[in-house]
Design a protein around this ligand. Structure first.
Ligand code: PMP
Length: 285
């Protein structure tokens, strides 16, 4: 049974009901998070919570919840759903009001919803076991505040679907200056001559927690140089390795872009070094 949380109650997910007048449903007016958990151990709970709180602040929603309340919610969901490999999904919408109007209602309680879904076991640092990706490319059509983890994901969904329809598993996105932003549900990295390079944080991309943890781990280790700087379409095409990162995938090697092999078309040595460090340190965050 999948036990969810909705506005103060734990209940089987089939019984969790929200009004169609909820602003999350009508406007996509809310934010969400996904915190990974392996065998009962959370990865990056605090940075995930900090990003969520920043998003809530940016869109003017206040839950009044403390860090401990959010942690308690995550731990209760793990307890009630069995400590396997879980993505813990948290969503806060501005709430349900009695009519449809764009302006923020004066008095409305946020809708707080959470549930768990199964994710694959934590990736292992082994080239032969790595899940490899092939990706499409597209001009990024999304809004100008991609740093907010908004539930309005239509642009992301359309970009992801383009990849699927072209036989791929993701889509790399470029702005109108042909600079890499991210992928539709992941951040993106390239490797060139042993250096790991990823576009800098700004409003064009989500500040991914896996990105943040990976950069921190690499810098602490000190053996691989990390640059946060603009990455052009040409640099992506000429990269030795390309990776996409997200909470459930960690560091995923991309072996072809628009059917053209990346580097030698194999999982790279720098990926192996990076995933080895990530696997050793994931529970320290
Ligand atoms: N960018 C986008 C658009 C995403 O949806 C996600 C999460 N799926 C990421 C990046 C990666 O973020 P995180 O590492 O926090 O999962």
């Amino acid at each position: 049974m999948n036990i969810a949380y909705l506005n103060g109650q734990y209940l089987p997910i089939e019984q969790a009901k929200i009004s169609p007048l909820d602003r999350g449903f009508l406007f996509g007016d809310g934010v969400y998070e996904v915190v990974p958990s392996y065998e009962g151990k959370l990865v990056g709970f605090l940075p995930h919570l900090q990003r969520m709180n920043k998003g809530l602040e940016a869109i003017g929603i206040s839950t009044g919840w403390s860090e401990n309340q959010w942690l308690d919610l995550c731990l209760k969901l793990i307890q009630q759903n069995g400590a396997g490999n879980l993505g813990i999904y948290l969503q806060i919408s501005r709430g349900t009001y009695d009519t449809r109007a764009h302006r923020f209602p004066d008095k409305v309680n946020p809708t707080i919803f959470a549930f768990c879904f199964e994710i694959p076991p934590a990736p292992v640092a082994d080239k032969s076991l790595a899940k490899t990706y092939t990706v499409s490319t597209a001009r990024d059509i999304r809004w100008d505040r991609r740093d907010i983890k908004s539930t309005s994901l239509l642009g992301n969904v359309l970009h992801y679907q383009q990849g699927v329809e072209q036989g791929n598993q993701e889509t790399l996105l470029f702005n109108d200056r042909n600079e890499l932003t991210e992928a539709s549900s992941c951040n993106a990295f390239i490797v060139k001559n042993g250096s790991v390079i990823t576009p800098p944080l700004d409003h064009q991309k989500l500040p991914g927690i896996t990105r943040q943890i990976l950069i921190d781990i690499l810098r602490n280790d000190g053996n691989i140089s990390v640059e946060e700087r603009t990455v052009t379409m040409d640099e992506v095409a000429e990269a030795d390795e390309v990776w996409i990162t997200s909470s459930s995938r960690e560091i995923a090697p991309v072996i072809a872009i628009d059917s053209v092999p990346v580097g030698d078309g194999q999982v790279g040595d720098v990926w192996l070094a990076a995933q080895t460090l990530f696997s050793a340190n994931r529970f320290n965050y």
